[in-house]
Design a protein around this ligand. Structure first.
Ligand SMILES: [Mn+2]
Length: 323
């Protein structure tokens, strides 16, 4: 069983590099922080290294300041690292520059729930039915018989809350609620966590949302709904692309929509990032894979090098084959 293999790999090593994906959110962050805590409780040494800083919304998460960014890393800190615990990443490349820090003799443990995971680790535990990587981290604590501390519970709860959209998305299962129930028993202030993760939008971000919503369009049959965030909008509002979390939910929520897309002009000229959401079983992971991306059945993404018009045309053509 993969969980047991993960545990025996953790037992084999003494020092761990822990990482997650670029542009991290609360699932990657919470899973890393909880795992670092677990490793410490086993008398071992963790170091969390990420390419990008956590979003401001994750500021409250216990241990957040222990995360070391690639560009601030003293290479000496990597001495004697025998194992890399990589969470919430479908590929090793998704760790960005961290991938370059992992040497050939480092054992890689891959813990993830993306259906597009390519099993890059020496030990792979991929549970595509898991709502969040945080659920899997919870299972490791359980299997080790470690009673969660309040801080660990906050981190795992945050991981689950973000990936389930506060228990609203289709990935939410009975198990998700059972885990949440156990976590909450640690005295969590669930309303506080919800507000920090979902209702702390900067004023600029809501302005950006307004502009983005004004681009909302749909196909004649109403099955595909999409919207844009352009560089111009970001310049005018002062908001950044990474703040645009869950904008796509507005497109997805349109009655009759089977698939939703959010096109985002990135800082890199000519590169457009596309987020996808599927409804009623429309598998957007398959669509994203056509463009070299991936994710989950109901939520995926990819990048495309093209003009705005061309990116829209190609993406919509692919989506319309599947709705
Ligand atoms: Mn996740």
């Amino acid at each position: 069983m993969s969980l047991l293999k993960v545990i025996s790999a953790i037992r084999r090593h003494r020092k761990f590099l822990i990482s997650g994906h670029v542009d991290p959110e609360a699932d990657a962050i919470g899973s890393q922080l909880a795992l670092a805590s677990l490793v410490k409780r086993l008398g071992k040494e963790p170091i969390i290294i990420d390419q990008d800083p956590p979003p401001i919304s994750c500021d409250f998460m216990p241990g957040i300041n222990s995360i070391v960014l690639c560009n601030a890393l003293n290479r000496k800190a990597l001495k004697e690292v025998g194992c890399a615990l990589v969470v919430d990443c479908p590929t090793l490349e998704r760790t960005g520059k961290v991938a370059e820090l992992i040497t050939a003799d480092t054992e890689i443990i891959n813990i993830d729930h993306h259906v597009s995971n390519d099993y890059f680790g020496h030990v792979n535990w991929v549970d595509e039915k898991g709502a969040a990587t945080g659920e899997m981290v919870f299972d490791i604590f359980k299997r080790l018989g470690l009673k969660l501390t309040k801080d660990e519970a906050i981190n795992i709860y945050s991981a689950i809350l973000i990936d389930t959209g506060s228990f609203r998305f289709s990935n939410t299962t009975a198990k998700t609620h059972i885990i949440a129930s156990e976590l909450i028993k640690n005295g969590l202030d669930t309303n506080f966590i919800f507000e920090r993760l979902f209702e702390m939008k900067a004023y600029e971000v809501t302005h950006l949302l307004g502009r983005s919503l004004s681009t909302l369009k749909r196909t004649g049959d109403g099955k595909i709904v999409w919207m844009w965030i352009t560089r111009d909008m970001m310049r005018k509002t002062g908001a950044q692309l990474k703040d645009a979390e869950n904008f796509i939910g507005f497109a997805r929520a349109v009655r009759g929509a089977k698939a939703a897309l959010l096109f985002k002009e990135s800082e890199e000229r000519g590169l457009i990032k596309v987020s996808l959401r599927g409804k009623n079983g429309v598998d957007v992971n398959k669509i994203a894979e056509k463009f070299g991306g991936g994710g989950h059945v109901a939520a995926a993404g990819f990048s495309i090098k093209a003009s705005r018009r061309e990116a829209e045309r190609r993406a919509l053509a692919e989506v319309s084959k599947r709705v």
